[in-house]
Design a protein around this ligand. Structure first.
Ligand code: PLP
Length: 354
């Protein structure tokens, strides 16, 4: 802390991102990246874009990227907002829609970035409890709200909420924005994007970081009614017109267009996830039902910290939170079959010695 810091910054607790180890020997299952490389077509397009054209500013509308997303989802480019990762897209949405008198409401167990943005942007918020089976129960979202926000599937549980329940929420919550954060929807969930044509207050965000293997490129987007998108553009153009650089626009568009590669990768991850669930259950873990590229699992006899430390000592990095209700769990990203076999062998050895 420094005396020159603004008042709000003095009390702010920033989001703590998962560790990004510098050495390469670690099996990295801690930040839900994709173990497979990005689409070769995306890489080729990014390389082509790395030319003399970089002396010019990028297209502030990221039109090529928006058009590719619109084509994929059967919406119009005016329904798409593009940003530097979905965290940034969320930030823009917070500024555009949630600075209200009534609190933004989100589940009490969810993506830990949400309260940080609330703090940073002065957005009042209130949490509502998830159900005993760890599912988000949207009927518990307070009717009096300045907005409703939740990830689907949820993080860090991986639990998926049926789109019919989102539809029902939108029917009774017509006066504030409902934001569905679909960072992990491609791993077996179902997108709420088709509901956008029915509800002018629905905003859906997605990312290229997980199912499209482009966490390093920083590309995310939102789909919603054209007037919501216009509001978000107004916010973006009030702090940085060029959040998407030329390489990211070109690469994201190419990745979106390469459907065949995308389908292959996500199918592989889903298959590995299902096998991992069985393996973990055989080792005695309780595994929450996951539709994401990670699983959330706890062992009846060993706490999260103990297992996290033991795996770390074997060069396997997973995610662990020393927080109420979460401290028994490990969040394990789905890697390749080989990586998951190494994880299983390591857990087997750890549990055998205790
Ligand atoms: C629920 C959720 N939303 C959004 C994000 C942000 O992803 P990105 O900024 O890489 O698009 C993450 C990243 O882990 C996430 O877990």
């Amino acid at each position: 802390m420094n005396r020159f810091w603004s008042e709000g910054l003095r009390t702010l607790k920033p989001y703590v991102p998962g560790e990004q180890p510098k050495e390469g020997s670690v099996i990295k299952l801690n930040t839900n990246e994709n173990p497979y490389p990005p689409s070769p077509r995306a890489i080729a397009t990014i390389k082509e874009a790395a030319d003399a054209g970089l002396r010019l500013y990028p297209d502030p509308d990221a039109s090529a990227m928006k058009t590719a997303i619109a084509r994929y989802y059967g919406v119009r480019a005016e329904n798409v907002f593009a940003g530097n990762g979905s965290d940034e897209v969320l930030a823009v949405a917070f500024l555009a829609f949630f600075r209200n008198k009534l609190p933004l409401v989100f589940p009490d167990i969810t993506y830990s970035f949400y309260p940080v943005y609330c703090e940073l942007f002065g957005v009042p918020f209130k949490t509502f409890p998830i159900a005993d089976d760890w599912q988000i129960d949207l009927s518990r979202a307070p009717a009096q709200n300045g907005g409703v926000l939740f990830p689907n599937p949820n993080a860090p549980t991986g639990c998926f909420t049926a789109v019919a329940e989102i539809d029902a929420l939108l029917k009774r919550n017509a006066d504030t924005v409902v934001l569905v954060d679909e960072a992990y929807v491609d791993f077996g969930g179902e997108s709420a994007i088709p509901l956008v044509s029915k509800y002018p207050n629905l905003l859906v965000t997605q990312t290229f970081s997980k199912s499209r293997s482009l966490a390093g490129l920083r590309a995310g987007f939102a789909v919603g009614h054209a007037e919501l998108i216009t509001g978000m553009e107004a916010v973006k153009n009030s702090f940085n017109s060029y959040t998407m650089d030329r390489l990211a626009i070109a690469g994201a568009a190419a990745a979106m267009d390469d459907k065949e590669y995308f389908e292959k990768c996500r199918a592989a991850i889903i298959k590995t996830r299902e096998a991992t669930v069985v393996t973990l259950q055989q080792l005695g873990f309780e595994v929450l039902p996951s539709k994401a590229n990670f699983v959330f699992a706890r062992h009846p006899r060993h706490g999260g910290q103990e297992l996290y430390d033991a795996l770390r000592a074997k060069n396997i990095l997973v995610r662990y939170w020393n927080k109420p209700r979460l401290a028994d769990f490990l969040r394990i990203t789905i890697g390749t079959d080989e990586e998951m076999a190494t994880l299983a062998a390591a857990l087997h050895a750890i549990l055998a010695h205790r």
